[in-house]
Ligand binder design. Structure first.
Ligand code: HEM
Length: 500
């Protein structure tokens, strides 16, 4: 009788029985952790943990969990503990006050198949990261990050961009690819000492690859939780594609770095590559221990190229989108430019202190758009404690920047695009501590000064030269982002009408 019943079970019933038995064994045998760990939103299943609860765009879900569980909660993803930190105060407590334990990066998802994934800046940790970061920052400053020399280079690129936009003669167009290539040329001018024509096929391909890699960030994260997936025979999660894209980026940067190194002249410091080689040789010749080498140089260059491209392009596109919804903001910016700069010359960095309303618009764009909503993940290097919760060594930390930039308690009406929140009654800028689109602590964005400069020069010139209008005034594009490592707006069409 029992045997008959067993034999008559369908495949689905068998699967359910097996999952049930595995779950039971898991709960009966798994060790109990008696420390006061951060709360979790529900049952962590064997193998997958809380992954089954996640959504394609988890932002609202994370918001709901914050309301239910508080500013710190933990999810189990595969064998990884992921601690989510919410709100400016908690982020500051962890990333600034406890920077010693909260500043490393977790192991990279594709470490089993890609070499060098822990070199460079973005994904490196420890003393190697420190030396790459310090050296890179010093070189970027030498090349004028935040100074006038670089402003001139940016202005040249803005000119090319203006001419491209004019070609559309006010017809509806999508600006994503042209904007991305234009801002990418700014970082190329610094790192490679050269720019690319906007119809250069290899360059266009690189820009496309960056977009793809960021879009596929969610799938890439899966390999971090389940590293064995990389070896699965079928390309179920598109891992083979992702690996190929990474390799192609690497090949591109390596070939340009090689070109620059071959033509190296210690008397001519015309690129980041040249300056890095100079610093590397100086240290190597003097016999001090150094992590500066060609392997790291290639990775640093890839990271700067990658990080300096999509972020600025997305912020610019968000700004245009907000303006379509708020024509009165565009008018105020234009009046301010007419009053302080006029229309006969392009705005320069010297005009920045006078264009306060525009500065407030840039801050509000950075806040409302949430370009990097969950920042980049950090890792806890030793058992620690945060607000009474035990945070286990090795836990992956997700700094939820969105939770701080959209915090109702701080901003009152976070959903609204309202640049005035950054101005006082005299029209002076009020910079709020809670405005943290670049994150905070030791890992704070390395390119913040460059980003601020680029955004100012691009946007001031654009609003001086064009009026941005919707393609269809009765049907404005929605204020909606595409969730990934970065969050660009959904593609939309816009009309750029040249001002007379
Ligand atoms: C609006 C523009 C930008 C935004 C919103 C932004 C935001 C961020 C964020 C949130 C992080 C992660 C910080 C953390 O781990 O806690 C980061 C890291 C980084 N950013 Fe940016 N970024 C922008 C532009 C740039 C530019 C133009 C560059 C190029 C120079 C750049 C280079 C980097 C690098 C190298 C890191 C890694 C820092 C490290 O790991 O030490 N970023 N950025």
């Amino acid at each position: 009788m029992v045997l008959e019943t067993v034999l008559s079970l369908s495949a689905t019933s068998w699967l359910l029985v097996i999952v049930g038995v595995v779950t039971l064994i898991y709960f009966l045998t798994s060790e109990r952790d008696n420390r006061k760990l951060p709360p979790s939103p529900g049952l962590a299943l064997p193998i997958v943990g809380h992954l089954y609860m996640m959504k394609k765009n988890p932002i609202e879900l994370l918001q709901k969990w914050r309301e239910e569980l508080g500013d710190i909660f933990m999810l189990r993803m595969g064998s990884t503990n992921m601690v989510f930190l919410n709100g400016h105060e908690v982020l500051k407590e962890a990333l600034v006050k406890k920077a010693d334990v909260f500043s490393d990066r977790p192991l990279a998802p594709l470490r089993h198949v890609l070499t060098d994934v822990h070199s460079g800046i973005l994904s490196a940790s420890g003393p190697n990261w420190k030396e790459q970061r310090t050296t890179s920052l010093a070189i970027l400053r030498e090349f004028g990050m935040g100074k006038n020399i670089l402003a001139v280079k940016i202005a040249e690129e803005v000119d090319v961009y203006v001419n491209e936009l004019r070609k559309h003669k006010g017809q509806p167009t999508e600006l994503r690819s042209i904007t991305t290539m234009s801002v990418s040329n700014v970082i190329c001018a610094i790192i490679f000492g050269r720019r690319y024509e906007l119809d250069d096929k290899r360059f266009a391909k690189m820009v496309y690859i960056f977009k793809e890699l960021l879009r596929r960030g969610k799938s890439t994260a899966l390999f971090q939780f389940f590293p064995f997936m990389v070896y699965l025979p079928f390309d179920v999660f598109g891992e083979k594609d992702i690996i190929a894209l990474f390799k192609e980026t690497r090949e591109f940067t390596e070939s340009v770095v090689k070109e620059r190194l071959e033509g190296f002249d210690p008397e001519v410091m015309d690129s980041f590559v040249a300056a890095y080689r100079r610093d590397m040789e100086k240290k190597q010749d003097s016999g001090v221990h150094t992590y500066l080498d060609e392997r790291n140089l290639n990775c640093v260059i890839t990271h700067l190229f990658f990080a300096g491209t999509e972020t600025i392009a997305s912020t610019t596109l968000w700004c245009y989108l907000f303006i379509l919804h708020h024509p009165e903001v565009q008018e105020t910016i234009y009046q301010e430019i007419c009053e302080h700069v006029g229309t006969n010359r392009a705005p320069t960095v010297q005009d920045k202190p006078k264009l306060k309303y525009l500065q407030a618009v840039i801050y509000e764009t950075l806040r409302r758009a949430n370009i990097v909503p969950l920042s980049l993940t950090h890792m806890v290097t030793e058992d620690t404690e945060l607000r009474g919760y035990a945070i286990p060594k090795g836990a992956t930390v997700v700094p939820n920047l969105y939770s701080a930039l959209m915090d109702e308690k701080v901003w009152g009406d976070p959903q609204n695009f309202r640049p005035e929140r950054f101005l006082d009654s005299q029209g002076n800028i009020v910079k709020k501590e809670q405005l943290i689109p670049f994150s905070l602590g030791r890992r704070v964005c390395l390119g913040e000064a460059l980003a601020q400069m680029e955004l100012f020069l691009y946007l001031s010139t654009m609003f001086q030269r064009f009026e941005f209008l919707p393609a269809d005034p009765s049907n404005l594009p929605p204020i909606k982002g595409v969730f990934g490592i970065t969050m660009p707006p959904e593609p939309y069409q816009i009309r750029c009408v040249e001002r007379k």
